[in-house]
Design a protein around this ligand. Structure first.
Ligand code: URA
Length: 240
């Protein structure tokens, strides 16, 4: 990786600012001064120092966000605020992206990382990672709906879903439910309820596998994954 890209990624300023830092002769690789911004370095195996401080280089970041409504799960958008706009600049420089999508009006657990390989594996239908949602539904959710979801329902485009595990928490004019599904089709939860003539009026993702939303995170807040949470993700991706 070019030294100027590395330093810019690690928050030492824009490429231009990094160039002038290099010119000052304060950046070293294994004690040798680097002045040329196009020099290639290997931060995993070489000791890079800036003003005699050793750089603690990390290639990847893994963040858990409690996504607020009104914000889109994308890196860029012409109209709406994105989840990346909610991050601190030192995290944005790592170029993270959301793993999968939650609708603009959906809240809850969103993993944000720059680890493309891990994101790809987590989203793979082969990994069967269960995603659990809490929802408020207009109408009375019934045991019949539970049975239908158990078998899989037919969406508006004819797609037959895999089984969903529907648990009724509270039934009434507005019902409250939890639903676990292993797929992530576009608007899947909303469309599964449409398939049984009901409407989702509030949706929040609670968990992905054993990665559970930290309820201490207010809407829009985020934190790094703990080691334990990270190890869990790695264990999923290592499964055959
Ligand atoms: N299903 C939906 O309908 N919307 C989401 O945001 C996530 C799952």
């Amino acid at each position: 990786m070019r030294i100027d890209k590395l330093l810019a990624n690690m928050g030492f300023g824009s490429r231009k600012e990094v160039k002038s830092l290099l010119k000052k002769g304060v950046v070293k690789r294994n004690e040798e001064v680097i002045k040329n911004s196009s020099t290639h370095v290997d931060p995993a195996n070489e000791i890079i120092k800036v003003m005699d401080e050793v750089l603690e280089y990390r290639e990847h970041i893994y963040l858990m966000m409690n996504k607020p409504p009104g914000v889109v799960s994308a890196t860029e958008d012409n109209r709406d605020e994105t989840v990346i706009d909610l991050l601190e600049p030192e995290d944005v420089v790592m170029e993270p992206f959301p793993v999968g999508r939650l609708d603009k009006d959906t809240e809850g657990l969103l993993l944000i990382t720059n680890d493309g390989k891990l994101a790809h594996q987590l989203l793979s239908p082969k990994k069967n990672v269960g995603k659990t949602y809490y929802a408020k539904i207009e109408g009375r959710v019934t045991e019949e709906d539970v049975e239908k979801f158990k078998l899989g329902v037919t969406l508006d485009d004819g797609y037959e879903t895999k089984p969903g595990d529907l648990c009724i928490l509270n039934r009434g004019e507005i019902s409250e439910i939890e639903l676990t599904i292993t797929e992530g089709k576009f608007h899947q939860v909303k469309r599964m309820f449409e398939a049984v003539d009901k409407k989702v009026i509030y949706l929040k993702r609670l968990s992905m596998g054993t990665l559970v939303l930290d309820e201490d995170l207010e809407l829009g807040q985020y934190r790094e994954l703990t080691d334990e949470e990270y190890q869990y993700l790695i264990s999923i991706t290592n499964q055959p």
